[in-house]
Design a protein around this ligand. Structure first.
Ligand code: UDX
Length: 439
């Protein structure tokens, strides 16, 4: 099949490359020409495992191309996926849909043939009918330009795998658009034939599945982090507790890792956008508990700062701190709403000298926080520091010898915000080891 992907950020670029991998002829479209040039040369403008290989393979084979032209996109295919970003609006917590609607407005007047436009972006429920309205008004094809919704559940750091082998496919349609269903089932045939559960819903349900999934994941993380607060008060260990809880198959271990809380470009924004939409719909009571989920998440960052102050004898003035980790989670160079960088910047504001190291996210961190110092490796970051903070759990940090590191620091004190540094090992190497959620 021929298809386009409008908007080539994390979601769109990954979707485009994976659709080519499924055998389709794909045209990715984005208004950012630098991005188009990079992608066309087989290189993602961000780090995502396996994506560059797919981009290189399919741009070379000619199955995957990129353009900055709506006219080219409209004439290329009769199936368009919308992967345009929907950031948090400044001023309130709702979604900013202006880029998404602008993209549809520019595409619509160029649609002359029967076409299916499929939303993938995360949106407040009720967005799909507004996309349909724009198409009905502006597309020469009129009613023949149909809308469907196919929410995306990929995680950064496993985006390619999640797209090619998703847990489930959700396909939302209006009751009339049976053609859209045929086209989408054909597009995802390989995934469906592999036995992937495929759930067909209304447009509103499809939009809501995505918001609910992210709200649930955020709630699960904040649940275990709330229990971490209780563990801290009671002298118990939340990591052992989570291990024990997760063996109950109704609870499960995945998404139950306690620590510094969630960040990134999705969960925090989607949680707030989901609540804002429920407020508009008059269902604010239903999602009131998500405010607490957000508050618990923010308290983890504050707790880390409090623990650091305590370890430094009550003041940050003139103290040197190393921060391991800048990405919002391991496996990515994404620093959007990164808990690690938020803590680093906060401690700097309180008077500490903060040196950050991250295996992948240093360039992005430098641009966003030029006030912080940066080191090219984990050892140099810790040179003569009074305190080491472990804030993003990259595997390389667990492999570092605490004995060797102890010879570099001014004071051998560490606070583990993610719980992956073995307390016994670090204490045996002479470190004062503290951790969120541990006695
Ligand atoms: C998330 C959703 O998982 C995905 O389905 C959706 O499409 C986009 O948002 P992502 O933001 O890539 O994906 O990361 P995820 O792996 O879910 O982690 C989000 C944050 O939660 C990270 O900061 C991570 O460190 C934190 N986290 C995750 C925990 O603190 N504990 C956990 O058990 C899991």
């Amino acid at each position: 099949m021929k298809l386009t992907v409008i908007g080539c950020g994390y979601l769109g670029a990954t979707h485009a490359a994976c659709m080519a991998e499924l055998g389709h002829e794909v045209l990715g479209m984005d208004t950012d020409r630098d991005k188009i040039l990079a992608l066309g040369a087989g290189k993602a403008p961000f780090f995502e495992r396996g994506l560059d290989d797919l981009l290189a393979k399919h741009t070379a084979s000619g199955r995957l191309k990129f353009t900055a032209s709506y006219a080219e996109a409209a004439s290329f295919a009769d199936l368009h996926f919308l992967g345009v970003g929907t950031p948090q609006r400044t001023g309130d917590n709702a979604y900013d849909l202006s880029d998404l609607f602008a993209a549809v407005r520019r595409l619509a007047p160029r649609i002359y043939r029967p076409t299916v436009v499929v939303g993938k972006s995360t949106v407040p429920v009720g967005t799909a009918p507004r996309v349909a309205d724009i198409l009905r008004e502006a597309a020469p094809a009129g009613e023949q330009a149909e809308v469907a919704w196919n929410p995306e559940f990929l995680r950064e750091s496993s985006a390619v795998e999640d797209t090619l082998h998703p847990d489930r496919l959700v396909l939302g349609f209006t009751s009339e658009n049976t053609r859209a269903e045929t086209v989408l089932r054909q597009c995802f045939a390989k995934i469906i034939e592999a036995g992937t559960p495929t759930i067909t819903t209304s447009l509103a349900t499809a939009e809501l599945v995505k918001g609910s999934a992210n709200a649930f994941l955020a709630t699960k993380i904040s649940f275990i982090n709330a229990i971490a607060e209780v563990c801290e008060a009671a002298g118990a260990d939340v990591h052992q507790l989570a291990e024990a809880l997760g063996h109950d198959t109704r609870i499960g271990h995945r998404g139950l890792r306690p620590g510094l809380g969630f960040g990134g470009g999705c969960l925090p924004k989607d949680l707030r956008g989901f609540m804002a939409r429920a407020d508009e719909l008059g269902a604010d009571q239903a999602l009131g508990f998500l405010r607490e989920v957000d508050a618990i998440n923010n308290r983890r960052r504050a707790r880390m700062a409090d623990l650091a102050r305590e370890q430094l004898g009550g003041t940050f003035k003139g103290k040197r701190i190393a921060v391991w980790g800048a990405a919002f989670k391991p496996g990515t160079d994404d620093i959007r709403d990164s808990p690690a960088l938020a803590v680093a910047a906060h401690l700097h504001r309180l008077g500490a000298e903060v040196t950050v190291y991250d295996p992948k996210a240093l360039d992005n961190a430098r641009k966003a926080h030029p006030e912080l110092d940066y080191a090219d490796n984990a050892f140099d970051a810790a040179e003569r520091v009074d305190l080491l903070l472990h804030l993003t759990e990259w595997p390389e940090f667990t492999g570092i010898s605490p004995e060797r590191l102890a010879t570099r620091v001014a004071q051998a004190k560490v606070i583990d915000g993610r719980g992956t540094l073995d307390p016994t090992r670090w204490r045996q190497a002479g470190w004062t080891h503290r951790a969120l959620g541990r006695p």
